[in-house]
Design a binder for this molecule. Sequence first.
Ligand code: HSE
Length: 363
Amino acid sequence: MKVALLGCGVVGSEVVRLLREQADDLTARVGEPLDLAGIAVRRLDRARDVPVGPELFTTDAAGLVTRDDVDIVVEVVGGIEPVRGWLLAALGAGKSVVSANKALLASDGSTLHDAAAAAGVDLYYEAAVAGAIPLLRPLRESLAGDRVRRVLGIVNGTTNYILTRMDETGASFTEALEEATALGYAEADPTADIDGYDAAAKAAILAQLAFHTRVTLGDVHREGIGAVTAADIASARAMGCTVKALAIAERSSERPGVSVRVHPAMVPRSHPLASVREAFNAVFIEAEAAGQLMFYGRGAGGSPTASAVLGARVAVAPNPVAGRRGAGRSGAVAVQERGRFRNGAGTRGPRWRRRRRTPRRSA
Ligand code: HSE
């Protein structure tokens, strides 16, 4: 099973490292080795601390994603273009795609879903929202028989880190942002975090899945944390509250029936979200039958995000034990059940991509 990796920054280099360190386990789970076919980067001359040779690197992402020896494309570049074109080319060429690209999924996810469905391949993006927290799959699959009323949470690690440091240590906004950047939490352009674009993209994706509707970034009301001052934090403290940047998606009685917003809010210190510190994320889901559910974990940083990427990649691969796809029909996608195949101990199963059946939607 050959993987093309697009991007080798904080998350991409962790993906490479985990892939190498966990090679034996991954091989056992997938049924055959997961090898890197190539890594597309913007510049070849940048020093990278990754355990692979220079021959794997290329600047030709468009050529890499459609290569015959590539089965799965993993994208951790971010941004809309040229990534959208690469991923559409990959899907059109019959490659499954694992993406952490919240901006693209939030703005034009439906085009990618349609391309994946048309080609009968998988599109996974668990890593796009809340890093390592398994959130999209439960929302899409476990709650498929329920009616979600509201999704409420902290989905940006950088702003939660900044607000936590300002609250607990009296750090200035600038100092806290520098720390978050050094720890690999912040986006390449941290205004995406500070001004709420990152959280708004994640809120749109959550709303799409929670309410089975096409919500895009432009539908999300957005306020960043740039205007939050030390005095605001002190006032909140005096009132027994803390300031958190919240993403809220809920059913509304007014058209279009769903309201999605991102803004700083005072949260009582007794509320579970108040204890979500530093770069951790937490998401509450309120569903009619299930009641309140809370998902909590690391929402930013190389390793947590790489964990979600690798989990999706294993899910894309077939599973020799179950006799079908690895982790079941999961992620956040329209997926296709693969044809069954035999794969006994010590044998390699045939590649599912060569046994694809007529595509059909499952979700
Ligand atoms: N910049 C993002 C955050 C990274 O701070 O949450 C994870 O999406």
